[in-house]
Ligand binder design. Sequence first.
Ligand code: R5P
Length: 284
Amino acid sequence: MIFSGSSHPELARDIAKASRKKIGKLQIEVFPNGEIGVRILENVRGKDVFLVQSPARHPNRFLMELLIMVDAFHRSDVRSINVIMPYFPYARQDRKEEGQTAIAAKLVADLLGNAGITRLLTMDLHTEQIEGFFKIPVDHLRAQPLFAKALKKVKNAIVVAPDIGAIDRAKRFAEELNLDYGFVDKRRMSGSQVEAKALIGDVLGKNVILVDDIVSTGGTLKAAAKICKKEGAKHCIAVATHSLLEGRIEGIDQLIVTDTIPQKEAGVEIVATAALFAKSIEEI
Ligand code: R5P
């Protein structure tokens, strides 16, 4: 049975449709002080349930809602609780970059595990090691084949990682598309301020494909596009799995994202992920 949290009902609907299932009935109530109450309005005893929640915008609200959903299912004697969380919140806090800071991604993994989930399905985790934070199976899906299909017609191109952290992703992409790759040396001054210091790779006269996992403020892609165009790139196309941004990015001529986070912006190309999640549900 498939159930949806409140963060991304459209994606839950598409996954259910692709799985030829109906969304189960659930009552989610937010009390005046912000506390959340969940009641399952179906008989779920002995069932394998799939809960769809993407805590991207308002992550704290939707993460807590998901944990309460999991607790409600756990106490209703289901057989398994499979969480479909396309965007994993706090993934960028996956290690201690400096002393006296948290590893919030591990905390989220512990919260989900302790609440009683039996499997996680997610897409393009910020870093691979996050899978290791879980003791349960993690199905880590990739958006790359969806993007590769969308980019089939781009000629005379080079793949560029907009920062060092994206190099592996860019390399895999370049291999699939049979292209060269390069990277940008990015420095982050604050959550919203970045600067591109240098570019490695020959972009002169080429269509640059920038590959990233998350777009937040768009600063990383903007800085990468700026340095690529300064070095003679013709066009800058950006592909990013999870886009928190609502708006265009200066210097980016074409932006392609997935629907793991609700998207409203006209002019952004969106590739659908529901069929991939539906296939995983079937395989599980
Ligand atoms: C960072 O390591 C991520 O992969 C993204 O590059 C980053 O989160 C993008 O953030 P923004 O769009 O705010 O520059």
